[in-house]
Design a protein around this ligand. Structure first.
Ligand code: NAP
Length: 256
């Protein structure tokens, strides 16, 4: 383990939406750096499978991020099992690609419920736990589309822009109260996850689809799960101890 990441050894992290994609990547990297990791997800089968990869340092808990009761049950179960939370990664999120003229009110509510309300509930639960246990780090996975909108994703973009603002207000509240809790957002560009892989597998011309996504990024390619996980690792540990309230683009220049 490198010196700079020693601060994470023995810490306890909750990663929401960690049964798949970016969340699973963040969970794996935190576990590789000595964290005990709670995989919190609606997907029990994949969630348990990922948790088992970490032997005794992985634990699956069912969580629907949209439900306050589900959050309270998670925090109480985790507290009984492992004690206080040091790191929360609010990663669970869902997408939609319908323009403002097409998107239904039901879809709008669903996207906001998971992507924004889920992060709000997570931040509130984490503050409650961390402020009594010496502090911690909250990391919210927003999106480049929360900083630079596309006309095809109004609900998703609005939900992720709200996460940036919520991150800053959470960071300010914790700093003003002297809680020793930092809160930061990561804004990934398009990332090669199962979602994108499946879209390519289903496309008539997968290369053209990938080129379309790649061309949105000045660096000319989409990102990897590890690109996002490395940013989360940095924001989780003491190396970023004077950083709070930022929205960190990991996007190959997409938001320049
Ligand atoms: P993913 O592979 O679809 O994984 C998301 C996970 O969250 C899945 O296991 C999903 O379970 C779970 N989930 C969905 N609704 C939930 C809920 N209500 N409560 C708890 N868990 C729930 O997604 P991803 O591509 O890794 O994206 C992860 C995060 O990064 C999201 O916030 C996304 O908006 C953000 N992001 C992704 C990209 C990208 O290009 N992939 C770019 C920018 C930002 P089910 O599969 O059972 O629904």
């Amino acid at each position: 383990m490198q010196d700079k990441q020693r601060s994470l050894a023995g810490k306890m992290a909750i990663v929401t939406g960690a049964a798949s994609g970016i969340g699973a990547g963040i969970a794996r990297l935190l576990a590789a750096h000595g964290c005990r990791v709670v995989i919190a997800d609606v997907d029990k089968v994949e969630g348990r499978r990922i948790a088992e990869e970490f032997d005794g340092n992985g634990y699956f808990c069912h969580l629907d991020v949209t439900s306050e009761d589900s959050w309270l049950a998670l925090m109480s179960e985790v507290n009984r099992h492992w004690g206080a939370v040091d790191i929360l990664v609010n990663n669970a999120g869902i997408g939609s690609a319908e323009s403002i003229e097409e998107v239904s009110l039901d879809v709008w509510h669903q996207i906001l419920a998971v992507n924004t309300t889920g992060v709000f509930l997570g931040c509130r639960c984490a503050i409650q736990s961390m402020k009594n246990s010496g502090g911690g780090s909250i990391i919210n996975i927003s999106s480049a589309l929360g900083l630079r909108p596309l006309s095809s994703t109004p609900a998703y973009g609005a939900s992720k822009a709200a996460v940036v603002n919520l991150t800053k207000t959470t960071a300010l509240q914790c700093a003003e109260k002297g809680y020793q809790i930092r809160c930061n957002a990561i804004n990934p560009g398009f990332i090669m996850t199962p979602l994108l892989e499946n879209a390519m597998a289903a496309a008539e011309d997968p290369d053209a689809l990938l080129k379309g996504y790649s061309d949105l990024h000045p660096m000319g390619c989409v990102g990897s799960i590890d690109d996002v996980a490395q940013a989360a690792l940095f924001l989780a540990g003491d190396e970023s101890q004077f950083i709070t309230g930022i929205a960190l683009p990991v996007d190959g220049g997409m938001t320049i």
